[in-house]
Ligand binder design. Structure first.
Ligand code: NDP
Length: 435
């Protein structure tokens, strides 16, 4: 806490892990007294760099770029890049730390990392985005590589940005390799990667519901966010018979009592991915829906809630409202969207609750599958990748039960995910010695 006193998000993420992992370490001699957690909370490397770029009007801007290489015990660093004005060391260290456990849970050989910039893509032209991405990669390319560190997308970094980043990497290094995931289909990308995080979150929620003899059929689903994860969570939840009634962005949420069906989702994708507009525009085309400015959707009555926007977007009060409205299952599509108070509420009410590091691991798992396809120089079919994704999500669910089932039968997914993720990384660190 002294060393990282000005990093609240990082401390929050570490505390959540420590609370469940320290008692486990205390009961297991092979881990006890080795200071493994102390080693895991210190990044192997944290890189910070200047990103200068020229706007369309000729003005020169400077942003800050980062890459946190957190842990490489079980494979090359792997984790997304986030472009958002809130990005700082604390947020990226929390994301990189979570990523170590998440990647371990997927059973694929990937270490943990995260990076990004405080650059705000909102309102920028395509040319400005390209110049920024090129400048960012001109420095980042020294620190990454297909066997060293393989970044991907995250908030503010989608297919367009990955394309610009890849182009500059290829130019600087003069090699065509799988150094980034989330690439376009014609140049090394994997089918299902865009869908994977949202689909995976819903597959995981499906496994959770199954433990109670429930499913998505005829359930009302509340989703926050309207970006990549939220869009594909909406698609899969709808395919499984659920009715998704909300989506949101940083300006507020829309409520559509009739449900955001396939056709309406196509419009959401047009608004958010092509027009890069606000979600409030949804009500222009569907006037029976309502827009609630500056609010988040947690007061809407639902059976299932999928927070898919950003960290700390669902607090203790929101959790209390969801529980009293009859919500039975919460699966995080975003990273750490629930505050510690919210998690406490869910556990107290024995609500099915999955932390992002388990339920949103489908994205990075499919990135791992993209890396395999790149190494083998082959391309798997849509069905093949989707089957593997489903299998991985089921395996993660099984691991959570193995390490998280409590005496009264309640599955503590936070405990299960933390311990299952820890064990694999800790075993590798012990085998490799103090390095
Ligand atoms: P996108 O950039 O595609 O979408 C982000 C969404 O969240 C937008 O609707 C955005 O609204 C909203 N949002 C962002 N910041 C805030 C904020 N401070 N307050 C309210 N709303 C906000 O990102 P993704 O969908 O890729 O990522 C969403 C979450 O999922 C993140 O937590 C990310 O780390 C996590 N995640 C993503 C993975 C992936 O594969 N993409 C993998 C695993 C986790 P607005 O447009 O107004 O900013």
């Amino acid at each position: 806490k002294v060393r990282n006193h000005n990093e609240p998000e990082f401390l929050q993420a570490v505390q959540e892990v420590a609370e469940t992992v320290i008692p486990y370490i205390a009961k297991h001699d092979i881990y006890y007294g080795k200071n493994i957690l102390l080693r895991m909370v210190e990044p192997e490397r944290a890189i910070m760099f200047r990103v200068p770029w020229v706007a369309d009007d000729g003005e020169i801007h400077v942003n800050r770029g980062y890459r946190i290489q957190m842990n490489s015990a079980i494979g090359p660093y792997k984790g997304g890049l986030r472009f958002h004005p809130s990005v700082n060391m604390s947020i990226l260290k929390f994301l990189a730390f979570e990523q170590v456990f998440k990647n371990s849970l997927t059973t694929l050989p990937m270490g943990g990392g995260k990076g990004g910039s405080d650059f705000d893509p909102k309102g920028k032209s395509d040319d400005e985005i390209m110049r920024f991405c090129h400048s960012f990669m001109a420095e980042l390319c020294r620190h990454i590589g297909p066997n060293t560190d393989v970044p991907a997308g995250d908030i503010g970094v989608g297919a367009r940005e990955i394309g610009f980043l890849f182009g500059m990497y290829k130019k600087m290094r003069n090699e065509f390799t799988g150094v980034l995931t989330g690439k376009g289909r014609s140049w090394g990308g994997s089918l299902i990667r865009p869908e994977a995080t949202g689909y995976g979150t819903v597959y995981f929620a499906q496994s959770m519901l199954k433990t109670k003899g429930e499913s998505f059929a005829r359930k009302t689903v509340v989703i926050s966010g309207s970006g990549n994860v939220a869009q594909y969570a909406t698609e899969k939840a709808t395919q499984l018979g659920g009715k998704v009634v909300t989506l949101s962005d940083s300006s507020g949420y829309i409520y559509d009592e009739e449900g955001i069906d396939e056709e309406k989702l196509v419009h959401v994708m047009y608004l958010k991915n092509e027009k890069r507009a606000r979600i409030s525009e949804y009500v222009k085309k569907y006037p029976t829906a309502k827009f609630f400015k500056g609010e988040s959707p947690w007061t809407v009555k639902c059976d299932i809630a999928l927070p898919c926007a950003t960290q700390n977007e669902l607090d203790g009060n929101d959790a209390g409202t969801l529980i009293s409205n009859g919500c039975i299952c919460v699966a995080e599509g975003a990273n750490m969207p629930s505050t510690p108070e919210a998690i406490h509420e869910f556990h107290g009410a024995k609500t099915l609750f999955a932390p992002g590091k388990a339920s949103n691991a489908g994205g990075v798992a499919t990135s791992g599958l993209e890396m395999s396809q790149n190494s083998l120089r082959i391309s798997w079919s849509r069905e093949e990748v989707d089957e593997r994704l489903k299998g991985i999500m089921e395996d993660i669910h099984d691991s959570c039960i193995e390490y998280g089932k409590e005496e009264d039968g309640y599955i503590n997914y936070v405990k299960g995910a933390n311990i299952a993720g820890f064990v694999k990384v800790a075993d590798a660190m012990l085998a490799q010695g103090v390095v």
